[in-house]
Design a protein around this ligand. Structure first.
Ligand code: SAH
Length: 254
């Protein structure tokens, strides 16, 4: 892991970041920095917007109850977003919040909710998804925000699929062969993962997915895992087998 600052508070901002041009903090950000962390004008934080890298910023109080973030110097240049697309059947409230946060921490670059036959929560609140993605990005040190997409039907996802991309399908009915070797052999460049709803996939869906040439079936072991746990487990297995590790010999301190 590169040697960057994990101690300073780190906030996402929407505005463009350029040296010296003040960005008005959102009221919740101002409250967090001034009243929760008790920071003042002598302190600095880190900010990022997904486009301009990460910056060290000073705090300035132009008026009562107002707080400006003043970018001073770039600490890390912008990195490209992770290429991994995480496709999932939406869950209810707290479990969905958890799943979105964990998917971001585990390296998903695109969050794609998918409507399946046994889905329990057919609607997704994109703003809430984005808020969870921001929270996770702020805390885990990444410089891009994942793209939060509108929900689409499973049939439409696979219909419009780019055949060159491998989709790893977590099938709860798959016999439990270790996925690491399978992924390395069948799916070395895999950059998409599909986890189903709490009710599982229907027989038709499983048959349809298994027949597709770009799908690799993955087992997470001989237990049925809850969908939110499956998200973390599946992303960990995929990353372990074919993930975004630093190649050996690459310097990590910049
Ligand atoms: N209620 C369903 C289970 C759904 S688990 C049933 O009883 O069959 C939710 C999702 O997590 C599944 O659709 C699958 O994508 C994933 N999952 C859970 N356990 C798994 C396992 N052992 N192997 C592969 N995927 C699994």
């Amino acid at each position: 892991m590169p040697d960057h600052d994990f101690k300073s508070p780190r906030l996402f901002v929407d505005a463009a970041i350029a040296e010296g041009s003040a960005i008005a903090a959102e009221p919740v950000q101002a409250n967090y920095l001034l009243n929760v962390l008790r920071l003042g004008e002598a302190d600095e934080i880190l900010i990022f917007n997904g486009r301009d890298g990460e910056w060290r910023a000073g705090l300035a109080k132009p008026a009562k109850k107002k707080l400006d973030l003043v970018p001073r110097r770039q600490t890390r240049p912008q990195t490209p977003p992770p290429r991994l697309t995480y496709l999932f059947a939406p869950l209810k409230h707290a479990r969905l919040d958890y799943m979105v946060q964990k998917a971001v921490e585990m390296g998903a670059g695109v969050l794609q909710p998918v409507l399946t036959q046994h889905v329990q929560a057919p609607k997704v609140n994109i703003d809430r998804m984005r808020a969870n993605a921001i929270e996770a990005a702020e805390q885990c040190g990444i410089l891009t925000l994942p793209e939060c997409r509108e929900i689409v039907r499973l049939a439409d996802v696979v219909e419009g699929w780019d055949d060159g991309r491998r989709l790893v399908f977590c099938d709860e009915r798959e016999d439990a062969a270790s996925p690491i070797e399978i992924l390395r052999q069948e799916a070395p460049g895999a950059d998409a993962l599909l986890v189903g709803p709490e009710g599982g996939f229907s027989q038709d869906e499983r048959a349809m997915l298994r027949a597709l040439p770009f799908v690799t079936v993955m087992s997470l072991g001989p237990r049925i895992i809850r969908a939110d746990t499956a998200a973390v487990a599946a992303l960990a297995v995929l990353q372990a087998a074919v993930g975004d590790w630093t190649p050996p010999g690459t310097p990590t301190v910049t």
